[in-house]
Design a protein around this ligand. Structure first.
Ligand SMILES: [Fe+2]
Ligand SMILES: [Fe+2]
Length: 142
């Protein structure tokens, strides 16, 4: 069983719109987990997965726009992690179509570890600190 994730300040990257999107994404992971536990039909799960893929794409764009705007030095490595996430999710989406029962727990594990343990708490937090400093100096130079 996949462990539940709760939003807390611990996850904050200090940039409000990015935090809000991360919260929404955590809610989507919860939704997926709930649907899975309640054994809802595969079509419903596929719909949620698709929503998550679309949401992740928009979220990555938010972060990448910040990176471009402020000339983030780790842009390329961060962006390639986003691309890898999208590719992996698309692979999972196809795998789920073929073998839903074998795939759903793998998807939940992947989402949890990638989004929460690996990416948000490391790469996004580093980016968040960078944006936070730049936004601060933008405000004080007005
Ligand atoms: Fe990111
Ligand atoms: Fe993120």
């Amino acid at each position: 069983m996949v462990q539940e994730i709760q939003w807390s300040d611990y996850f904050s990257v200090k940039v409000e719109d990015v935090d809000e999107q991360h919260k929404t994404f955590i809610n989507m992971i919860h939704q997926l987990n709930e649907d899975y536990k309640r054994n809802v039909e595969p079509e419903r799960i596929q719909y949620v997965l698709l929503e998550m893929i679309i949401f992740a794409r928009d979220h990555f764009k938010t972060e990448e726009d910040y990176m471009k705007k402020f000339g983030y030095p780790e842009y390329q490595s961060h962006e390639s992690m986003h691309t890898e996430f999208m590719n992996e999710m698309l692979r999972f989406f196809k795998a789920y179509e073929e073998k839903p029962d074998d795939t759903i727990e793998k998807i939940l594990d992947f989402l949890k570890s990638w989004f929460i343990d690996d990416h948000v708490l490391l790469a996004d937090r580093r980016l968040g600190n960078f944006i936070y400093q730049r936004l601060g100096s933008e405000q004080s130079s007005k």
